[in-house]
Ligand binder design. Structure first.
Ligand SMILES: N[C@@H](CCC(=O)N[C@@H](CS)C(=O)NCC(=O)O)C(=O)O
Length: 440
């Protein structure tokens, strides 16, 4: 067979494979599955395979054992036969079959050899760090884990010193990276949470690879959040997931700060909230939300971080964030207008407030009322715009609200939720409000 004929035959075989029915047995928590998902995104074939969810919490059902006797995920079934097991083979199958063939595992012998060696070292990292979760001999497991990480780090650091990084092949993302990235993500958050061990503390090249990779759409669109990983690994960790509650520090008397706890109440997110008097806050900018090792300050950013950090990866958007782009834009604009309303209300409550300051409240409220969609601020679903409005609406008297029926309806609907009412009541200390108003 001539070279051209062989190439044509191979191309035909690939085309035939593309037309076949693919079924991927998967679980989004599983880092091995994640390798295949990243490749499918990189190669533009994410929709090719029908996905069948396999629980990791229960024993595999009989029918799945027939498909994969090892009972693991991932498994790929192509037109009923043959079945592919093992994440790296499945990942390579997608790389070979879809898009530019072998783009992630370049067919250059010396490069493949280097990738294979690095993958072996990463395999040892994976085994050793799972050992830190499971082994009864923690000391030995930690020793093996640290040694494995140090070896992979040494290899990656040498490669990236030569090619500039951040990936094993420099700027080119490849199977070398995909082999380890899902584990870097998970172990970075789960081992500190459950074993008080920072596995990559002394591995800057691995951290750099991880930090670059998680910004790739193929990785972030297929990843779960840190919170989901920690919760998901609780079974391995042998104790309850430690990341359940955000710590919230609120400036006493401020309706702006209160939007954080009102949002938490609307979204059903558990938080530990404390009120801090201005005299005790020092230079710290409040409100502040601390969660999953990160602190976000100022009402807008603290609120956005709380919601983002609690996003569920299977949902199209974070809690209280409209999935619809138009509604999201409206919610953002309403939230910005709520800032103006809040400022006008505070100015009108000062002891020496002018008549103009009081008239300004009515004026801004009229503008806000004109923006509201109903029944909630941005439409049918409650959103962060409602959380941002509610603490300010709570400061208006019945007469002021009379002129704004949509705003009043939102206030009443919010107060009808016991958790929201409790959050508003917790921040309604008259003395603290007075102090905040006079200091504004
Ligand atoms: N070497 C396998 C490992 C896959 C694996 O261990 N998957 C885990 C989930 S992360 C699993 O299915 N565990 C269930 C079991 O072992 O019964 C691969 O690369 O695909």
């Amino acid at each position: 067979m001539s070279c051209t004929a062989a190439t044509t035959a191979a191309a035909k075989a690939l085309t035939a494979l593309k037309g076949k029915k693919h079924t991927l047995y998967w679980n989004p928590l599983c880092p091995f599955v994640h390798r295949a998902l990243i490749v499918m995104e990189e190669k533009g074939c994410a929709d090719v395979a029908e996905r069948v969810f396999i629980s990791l919490e229960e024993d595999a059902p009989e029918w799945y054992r027939k498909i994969n006797p090892a009972e693991t995920v991932p498994t790929l079934v192509v037109d009923g036969e043959p079945t592919l097991f093992e994440s790296s083979f499945i990942a390579e199958y997608f790389d070979r079959t879809f898009g530019a063939p072998d783009a992630l595992l370049p067919p250059v012998a010396s490069v493949r050899k280097a990738i294979r060696e690095f993958q072996d070292e990463c395999g040892e990292v994976v085994g050793a760090l799972y050992g830190v979760f499971f082994s009864d001999d923690q000391e030995a497991a930690l020793k093996r884990g640290k040694a494995a990480v140090a070896q992979a780090e040494k290899t990656l650091a040498a490669a990236t010193a030569a090619n500039g990084g951040p990936y094993f092949l420099g700027t080119q993302f490849s199977m070398a990276d995909i082999h380890i990235v899902p584990f870097l993500q998970r172990f970075s958050v789960t081992l500190p949470a459950f074993r008080n061990f920072e596995p990559f503390a002394d591995a800057p090249a691995l951290r750099r690879l991880r930090d670059a990779a998680v910004l790739r759409p193929s990785v972030f669109s297929t990843s779960q959040t840190s919170v989901e990983y920690v919760n998901g690994y609780a079974a391995y960790g042998g104790k309850e997931a430690p990341l359940t509650k955000a710590k919230v520090e609120l400036p006493a008397g401020s309706p702006f700060g209160l939007r954080v706890t009102v949002a938490a109440a609307l979204a059903g997110l558990p938080v530990d909230a404390t009120f801090v008097k201005a005299a005790d806050a020092g230079d710290a900018r409040l409100p502040a939300v601390t969660f999953a090792g990160t602190t976000a300050r100022d009402s807008g950013k603290a609120l956005e971080y709380l919601l983002d950090a609690n996003r569920k990866s299977a949902e199209p958007a974070a809690p209280l964030v409209p999935a619809d782009s138009v509604q999201l834009g409206r919610a953002q604009f309403i939230a910005q207008s709520a800032d103006e309303l809040g400022t006008a209300i505070i100015m009108s409550r000062k002891a020496n407030a002018s008549g103009e300051a009081k008239a300004a409240v009515a004026q801004v409220l009229k503008t806000v009322e004109g923006l509201l969609a109903g029944p909630w601020a941005a439409g049918a679903e409650v959103s962060f715009a409602d959380a941002v409005l509610l603490p300010h609406l709570a400061l208006l008297d019945a007469g002021e609200l009379e002129a704004a029926p949509k705003a009043r309806a939102i206030f009443e609907a919010g107060c009808a939720k016991p958790a929201v009412k409790a959050a508003l009541d917790a921040g309604s200390d008259a003395e603290a409000l007075k102090a905040f108003v006079e200091s504004a």
